[in-house]
Design a protein around this ligand. Structure first.
Ligand SMILES: CC(=O)N[C@H]1[C@@H](OP(=O)(O)OP(=O)(O)OC[C@H]2O[C@@H](n3ccc(=O)[nH]c3=O)[C@H](O)[C@@H]2O)O[C@H](CO)[C@@H](O)[C@@H]1O
Ligand SMILES: C=C(OP(=O)(O)O)C(=O)O
Length: 515
C-alpha cells in the first residue's frame, strides 16, 4: 500500500458514505464485489484508469473528478531498453463480436478473459441501455452477461453507440427478435470512409432491409422461411462475416457463406456459437456452412483467445527499443506472414513449440526477439485478408522499417487515412514520406527523438507513436490517448514492468510548455 492509494481510498470512502451507500451498494454500481470495494478503500488495490472513471461516474464526486480532469495523456521518457517476459492478452475485436453474440443467448453467458478496455465499456454501455445485465466477476477479466426476455433497442445509449463501429454487429442478433428496429450510425477510428454496404448486402439475403437516413439505420425484417440460403459476401470483411454468422445462427436451416473471413475474431465467434449448439463447418476457411437453431438458451462459458495485434504490438516494442524480450502466448496462426517478413528483414527471434489457448483451439507460441541488424525488405509490405499479413498489423511495420537500413515501401490499400496518420512518426525523427494516401516510403535507420505529440485519431498509428517514443531520446508527451485505451488494457503499466518509463497525466495540450 502507498500513500497515494490510501488517500484515493479515503476519497472513495468519503464520497460513498456522503451518499449514504454501503460498500455493497457501491460494488453493485461498479459491477464488482464488496470485498473489492473494501480493498480499494483500504488502499490495497491498484486502481486502473478505467476503474477510476467508473468510480467517478458511480459516485459523481468532484473530489475524484479533480484527479482526472481533462484528457488522459502519456509522458514517455526514453530511450529505454526492455527486458523480461510479457503475456499477450485477449483482443478488442473478438470481445466486440462475442459481446454482440451474447444477445443471441437467453441463457447465462460468461466470457472469460475479456480485455477491460474503453471499447468494451462502450459496447457494455450500449448493451446495458437495451436491458442487458453485465457484471464483472470480481476484479478480474470475466464478464457475466444476462439478457432480459425482451430487449429494448428504443432506449439505446446513442452516445456510446456512435463511438464504436461495432454497433453494426447488433443488426445480426436483433433481426431475430424484431420486425422493425433502429440503430444509430456506427463510429470508430478515423480511418477514412468505411463502407457498411457489404453488411447490408449480406443481411438482405436473410430478409433484412436497412435504410440509412437521418443519423440512423432503419431496419425492417421479412422472414421467408426458406430452408437453405447461399450468401456470397461482396468483401471478405471480418465484422460482415460476423454479422452474417449471427444472423444465420438463429435462422433455422442451412446458410452457406462464401468469401467469408477466417480471421481470429471470426474464429473466436465460431467457437462460441458452436458451444451454443450452432453447427458451423469450415471454421478458418472462406466457406462457412451454418446450421441455425430457432432458439438458444444455454448457460455457456467461453475463454477468449489471444490477440495477434497485441502480440505484434509487444514484439514491435522489443524491436524498436533494440531489446531482448519474450512475448508469451502469441497466436501463431495469425502471425505467420508477419514472421516471414521479419525473418527476411533479418530479425533474430526464436519460438517455443506450440501449445493451446484456454479455448482449447487457438495455437500459441512464446517468441523471444533480440537486438538485430535489420534491412529493408525487397518488396513492398502490404496486408491481405487472413491468412495474409493482418491489416491491423501493417502500421507496426512503419516503425520496424524505420529501424532498418535502406528504403521500404508500406502499402495500405485498405484504409484511406491510416498511412496519413502514420506519417506522424516523422515528428519523432523517422524519415517517412507519404508517396500518396496509401503508400509510405520509409528510409531507416532512425535516430528517434522525443517531443510533444497530439495522438493520431486512430488506434494502431497512435500506439505506433507510443512505441517509437520509448526508443526516442528525451521526453515525449502524447496527448489525449483515449484512442489507445480503446484497444489496449493497461499498456503503459505493463510496458513499465519490462523497463519502460511511461506515466499517465491528465490535462489539455494547452497546459504543456512549448517543445
Ligand atoms: C471490430 C473489428 O473486428 N474491427 C476490425 C474489422 O473491421 P471491419 O470488419 O468493420 O472492417 P471494414 O469492413 O471496415 O473493412 C476494412 C476495409 O477493408 C476493405 N476491404 C475489406 C475486405 C475486403 O475483402 N476488401 C476490402 O476492400 C473495406 O472496404 C474497408 O475499407 O476488420 C478490419 C480489417 O481487418 C480491422 O481493421 C478492424 O480492426
Ligand atoms: C481499426 C480498428 O478498429 P475498429 O474496427 O474498431 O475501428 C483497429 O482495431 O485497429
Amino acid at each position: 500500500m502507498n500513500a497515494t492509494s490510501l488517500s484515493i481510498g479515503r476519497l472513495i470512502r468519503d464520497a460513498r458514505t456522503s451518499r449514504g451507500w454501503s460498500q455493497q451498494r457501491l460494488a453493485e454500481e461498479l459491477g464488482t464485489v464488496q470485498s473489492a470495494v473494501h480493498r480499494m478503500e483500504a488502499g490495497q488495490q491498484n486502481l486502473s484508469l478505467a476503474m477510476i472513471n467508473r468510480l467517478t461516474d458511480a459516485l459523481d464526486t468532484p473530489l475524484i473528478q479533480a484527479k482526472t480532469q481533462g484528457n488522459p495523456n502519456l509522458k514517455i521518457i526514453g530511450p529505454t531498453k526492455l527486458s523480461g517476459q510479457i503475456d499477450v492478452r485477449t483482443s478488442k475485436n473478438a470481445a466486440m463480436a462475442l459481446l454482440c453474440a451474447s444477445l443471441l443467448n437467453e441463457g447465462r453467458t460468461v466470457l472469460r478473459g475479456i480485455a477491460r478496455i474503453e471499447e468494451v465499456d462502450r459496447i457494455s454501455e450500449v448493451l446495458t441501455s437495451i436491458g442487458v445485465k453485465l457484471t464483472w466477476m470480481g476484479e478480474g477479466n470475466d464478464l457475466e452477461i444476462i439478457r432480459p426476455a425482451v430487449l429494448t433497442p428504443e432506449t439505446i445509449d446513442e452516445r456510446a453507440a456512435k463511438r464504436t463501429r461495432s454497433i453494426l454487429m447488433f443488426l445480426g442478433p436483433l433481426l431475430h427478435e424484431f420486425d422493425e428496429f433502429r440503430l444509430p450510425y456506427a463510429g470508430g477510428c478515423d480511418l477514412g470512409a468505411r463502407t457498411v454496404n457489404p453488411h447490408m448486402s449480406a443481411l438482405r439475403r436473410l430478409g433484412l432491409t436497412v435504410e440509412a437516413t437521418e443519423g440512423a439505420y432503419h431496419a425492417t425484417m421479412v422472414r421467408d422461411g426458406s430452408v437453405e440460403r447461399h450468401i456470397t459476401l461482396i468483401e471478405r470483411g471480418d465484422t460482415v462475416t460476423e454479422n452474417a454468422l449471427m444472423a444465420a445462427a438463429r435462422t433455422p436451416g442451412v446458410t452457406v457463406l462464401r468469401n467469408a473471413s477466417g480471421n481470429y475474431m471470426v474464429q473466436d465467434l465460431c467457437f462460441f456459437l458452436q458451444l451454443l449448439g450452432v453447427q458451423i463447418d469450415g471454421v478458418g476457411t472462406t466457406t462457412l456452412t451454418i446450421r441455425g437453431v430457432d432458439r438458444i438458451e444455454t448457460d455457456v462459458e467461453y475463454f477468449v483467445s489471444e490477440d495477434p495485434i497485441e502480440a505484434m504490438t509487444l514484439l514491435t516494442a522489443g524491436i524498436v527499443t533494440e531489446s531482448e524480450i519474450t512475448v508469451r502466448r502469441c497466436p501463431i496462426e495469425f502471425l505467420e506472414v508477419e514472421f516471414a517478413v521479419l525473418e527476411e528483414m533479418g530479425l533474430d527471434f526464436t519460438m517455443t513449440p506450440e501449445y493451446r489457448s484456454r479455448n482449447g483451439k487457438t495455437r500459441l507460441v512464446d517468441v523471444t526477439v533480440r537486438p538485430s541488424e535489420l534491412t529493408a525488405p525487397h518488396d513492398k509490405i502490404h496486408p491481405m485478408p487472413f491468412p495474409g499479413l493482418n491489416i491491423d498489423n501493417l502500421p507496426f511495420f512503419a516503425v520496424i522499417t524505420a529501424m532498418a537500413s535502406g528504403q521500404s515501401v508500406i502499402y495500405d490499400w485498405v484504409y484511406e487515412d491510416r498511412s496519413v496518420h502514420l506519417s506522424k512518426l516523422s515528428e519523432l525523427g523517422a524519415n517517412i514520406r507519404l508517396m500518396d494516401a496509401h503508400r509510405l516510403l520509409v528510409t531507416g535507420p532512425t535516430p528517434w527523438r522525443g517531443r510533444n505529440i497530439e495522438t493520431p485519431p486512430a488506434l494502431r498509428p497512435a500506439v505506433c507513436v507510443l512505441l517509437a517514443a520509448m526508443a526516442a531520446r528525451g521526453t515525449t508527451n502524447l496527448m489525449d490517448v483515449y484512442v489507445i485505451n480503446r484497444g489496449y488494457e493497461d499498456l503503459p503499466h505493463r510496458l513499465n514492468k519490462l523497463g519502460a518509463n511511461i506515466s499517465t497525466f491528465w490535462g489539455d495540450a494547452e497546459d504543456l510548455p512549448e517543445d
